[in-house]
Design a protein around this ligand. Structure first.
Ligand code: ADP
Ligand code: MG
Length: 612
């Protein structure tokens, strides 16, 4: 005769509320039920080791069974099991009061929580089940096996049963609208997500000895880094992140003090911005998956990497708001930053060649890290390299060719008032090709900063290194070294006026300079300040995003067409001025449709005269 009892909880209608609130995260129930089985085995093993329990030779394992016909999902362990008294105490009272507790906490947390963070554990299975049965037999031989069942609403039954082997079987009667959890593929997916590294073998629909476990009970990150081979790291990466490209390199974290932390962070090969955002750092607690990409534990910019971090000191069931305020968690985050910086500087020093080969793939991540975290910037600033116009990679220090000023102190700076070194940079090797040619011709050099993050990074550098470096885009100004002689505004006044008139309808300033390179009739200059302002506005989607405000056309007085300009008729001046303008604009950026049309017409008339 089954005994009946009432479930003592404050709220009567919890199920509908929990189901509604926790909809998106309900698949976590499987982690909770499997983790309970793992806990039960761990506890049993401990008892056996202490000689307090009798072992048999069955393999410690978790077996999951899906039965579509019966609409049940069952999880069976051979852990320590429970007596009737224990079921009443741990399942009926604690698990259910845990749920009540959850409701109280959930209201306080303002609705941001997810179930795993609240330790509902066993109870979470009711998110997908109409009712749950427990068959359990304690490791203590004198205890009888028990069967417990409840629909999770308000009552349960408990009675003796004839289970003979030690352990617990949880049978979930899956609700009609949750029948996806009766699909083997779905269960595999969940085990892969939550249970991939759990410490005992997990089988699905176990039939006999040939079955392969779904999980890896000895994930590589637990191994001593000294004993891991390169192939093992790559293999672990492929398996865990389902990426068939090899990672560039990796960092194996392994520490015991002042907190326990193990894990591997991989730097993936990044081919686009979209891929960059696909990074994933999985957080585990004692081999149980907690969540992906927890910003509180792993610095945000590191989330671009692929990795696993196992930190037993982070409680499995905690809320985000707890993590944000936890000093331990902040220490962990800082430690990870430090390790990453150490690895990068180590690679730079020990294998510069490899560092340079990887640079394209890792630079965006490093630059983002610098912008987001000053601490990280100060650790890696001396290893940031830039490609120059000859394709060589240099640090800024190497680029300006100054000796390394170790321990340069602030007071010294004040006394000397050194001028910052001007560094020219190229943001578009095609659009700025004309400048690049002139720079090279004059023996000048520039760095290439052409990734999507570079405009921000250059501003950031200038702010952090103000007084040391000043950055100018290669087309922002005409460097003295490009000129054949000093500018002479007075002498060129007439030419500039005439040119401006000839361009009648264009809103652009005109300047004249004598370039060493006589082949180029004119170049476009855009003031660094207003261009950056425009870029920033564009980035934030504000008005004034037109990056071409403040444009100047600099005509070259050593060029043959410019030399002849003042001697031409008004008609010819208009033609030549526009043609020079189009050519300069064309190499700077695309022409507008109207300008392109006019340019082609001009060219056509040139062809006609040429043909005669
Ligand atoms: P938690 O695991 O956080 O304690 P749960 O709600 O998941 O909370 O489980 C409540 C308790 O029920 C556990 O602490 C354990 O004592 C008992 N329990 C649950 N599942 C099992 C199991 N498979 N074997 C033995 N005991 C279990
Ligand atoms: Mg639990």
């Amino acid at each position: 005769m089954a005994k009946q009892g009432n479930i003592r909880i404050a709220s009567e209608n919890m199920m509908p509320i929990i189901k509604k609130w926790l909809y998106s995260d309900k698949d976590i129930f499987l982690r909770e039920i499997v983790a309970n089985g793992i806990d039960a085995i761990t506890k049993f093993k401990k008892l056996a080791d202490m000689g307090e329990a009798q072992t048999d030779d069955a393999e410690y394992s978790i077996k999951i069974f899906v039965d579509k016909q019966a609409k049940t999902l069952a999880v069976e362990d051979n852990g320590l099991g429970m007596s009737e008294e224990e079921v009443e105490k741990y399942i009926t009272q604690i698990a259910f009061s845990g749920a009540a507790d959850f409701l109280a906490k959930y209201e306080k947390a303002g609705g941001e929580g997810i179930i795993g963070h609240f330790g509902l554990g066993f109870y979470s299975a009711y998110m997908v089940s109409n009712s749950i049965e427990i068959y359990t037999k304690s490791y203590r031989p004198e205890e009888k096996a028990v069967h417990w069942e409840s629909d999770g609403e308000s009552t349960y039954t408990i009675e003796e049963c004839d289970k003979t082997d030690r352990g617990t079987k949880i049978v979930m009667h899956i609700a009609e609208e949750e029948k996806e959890f009766l699909e083997e593929s779905r269960i595999r997916e969940l085990v892969d997500k939550y249970c991939a590294f759990m410490p005992y073998n997990i089988y699905l629909n176990f039939t006999g000895k040939d079955d392969k476990p779904l999980n890896d009970t000895q994930p590589l990150y637990l191994k001593n880094p000294k004993e891991c081979t390169e192939e093992e790291y790559k293999e672990f990466y492929r398996k865990t992140f389902h990426d068939y490209h090899d990672p560039l390199f990796w960092i194996h974290l392994n520490m015991e003090y002042p907190f326990r932390l193990k894990g591997i962070l991989y730097f993936p090969k990044v081919k686009s911005k979209v891929e960059l955002e696909r990074g994933k750092v999985k957080l585990y607690c004692n081999q149980v998956f907690i969540a992906d990409n927890i910003k509180e534990v792993i610095p945000e910019y590191l989330l671009l990497l692929n990795g696993v971090i196992d930190c037993p000191d982070i409680p499995l069931n905690v809320s985000r708001s707890f993590l944000q305020n936890d000093r331990q968690v902040q220490k962990i985050s800082r430690h990870i930053t430090k390790k990453v910086a150490d690895k990068l500087t180590g690679l730079f020093k020990d294998d510069r060649e490899k560092f340079q080969t990887c640079w394209n793939d890792i630079s965006v991540f490093i630059k983002l890290g610098c912008i987001k975290d000053e601490d990280f910037y100060s650790k890696v600033k001396d290893i940031i390299i830039y490609k120059d116009l000859d394709g060589a990679f240099k640090t800024l220090q190497e680029f300006v060719g100054k000796p390394v000023e170790e321990g340069e102190s602030k007071t010294e700076d004040k006394e000397e008032k050194k001028e910052p070194s001007t560094i020219y940079y190229v943001s578009d090797e095609v659009g700025q090709a004309q400048y690049i040619a002139m720079f090279k011709g004059a023996g000048l050099n520039a760095i290439v900063c052409d990734t999507f993050i570079d405009p921000h990074f250059v501003s950031y550098l200038e702010y952090k290194e103000s007084g040391r470096y000043k950055f100018l885009r290669i087309d922002a100004d005409v460097d003295a070294a490009l000129k054949a002689s000093e500018s002479n505004e007075e002498a060129n006044k007439e030419l500039v006026e005439a040119f401006k008139n000839a361009l009648s309808n264009k809103t652009i300033s005109v300047k004249a300079e004598a370039f060493k390179n006589a082949e180029i009739p004119a170049v476009i200059n855009v003031s660094e300040f207003s261009r950056r302002f425009g870029e920033m506005n564009a980035f934030y989607g504000l008005a004034g995003a037109d990056a071409d405000r403040d444009m100047t056309i600099v005509i070259n007085t050593t060029n043959i067409a410019v030399k002849a300009f003042l001697g031409l008729t008004a008609d010819k001046q208009a033609f030549v001025a526009n043609q020079i303008y189009y050519m300069a604009m064309l190499s700077y950026k695309k022409l507008s449709p109207d300008e392109m049309k006019a340019f082609i017409e001009n060219n056509m008339s040139l062809l006609e005269t040429y043909i005669g």
